[in-house]
Design a protein around this ligand. Sequence first.
Ligand code: GGG
Length: 351
Amino acid sequence: QKEDAPDRRRYRIALIPGDGIGGEVVPAARQVLESLGLDLTFVELAAGWETFQREGTALPAETLAALERCHGALFGAVSSPSHRVEGYTSPIIALRRHLDLYANLRPVVSAPVPGSQPDVDLLIVRENTECLYVKQEQLEDDGETAVARRVITRRASARIARVAFERARARQAASARPGRSPRVTVVHKANVLPLTDGLFRETALAVAADYPDVAVEEQIVDSMAYRLIREPQRYDVILAPNLYGDILSDAAAALVGGLGLVASANVGDRFVVAEPVHGSAPDIAGQGIANPVATVRAAALLLAALGEPEAAGRIERAVGRVLADGIWTPDLGGTARTGQVTRAIIQALQS
Ligand code: GGG
């Protein structure tokens, strides 16, 4: 038994529920993690809009300091207001930049649920630190014009491209797509934005030269959206700048059962923050019906990034069994509550 081995590893994991249903799905994922028999300790940390309203900051200094003492973190969701609030900035975007979590990895895989397309198995690799998310906006012309700065650097484009090609290789080695050669699709809009998207494209294609075993193709982002919906099965790894990756991954979630199922990992060279792709869902918060699966899967991505792929695989298989058994929350057309799905996953892990 790995958990009894003398070299058993210990992990200190930060839990940041954030806002809305984050406060329901993160505790659910914690229960699943606790049932694994690994040596895990948890530290609950505050961040988000509710934290801002209470403490005047969305990402308290204590949270950042505590993260330094953790191996990784599980983040829930945040609901930033859609209007400007003095002193507020999105904590998850700040966290990604502060910890230099430059790769946002979003696997999108068919699930045995209504509405899921068959045979989808792709990975969206989203650049996570720049593009429009540098959040440098200003008003000009007496407030009649709003301007946002979009930053694309060769350095950030090269390192995210390397992640995409390495992942394509690793997926091939793990036979994620048996019998199919690894491929990276570079997404851009360089026909309209030849400097910014042009730099992203040119850098990614230069990196591709170091990976002759991985096929590379390019796709303009609007046609990417179309083809992703029409023929998702043809994609393997999709490499995109920050904003396009954000939008495409929400759209891709709709192909495999919805946002209740899809997880992501924000990965840097020293730290990982895993989170569901979904937001705080204020419309259902507090009702006990939020789907915990995306966050449970995020916990699996976290474990995989920490070097516990076996435990991650166990979680994925348990989730697969529960979904195949039709234990579904209302977003999937079922009647199960958050707690029922969580208990079913834990039971599947133990059987
Ligand atoms: N778990 C991902 C999440 O919370 N998504 C919503 C999101 O990105 N919100 C940005 C924000 O509200 O600051």
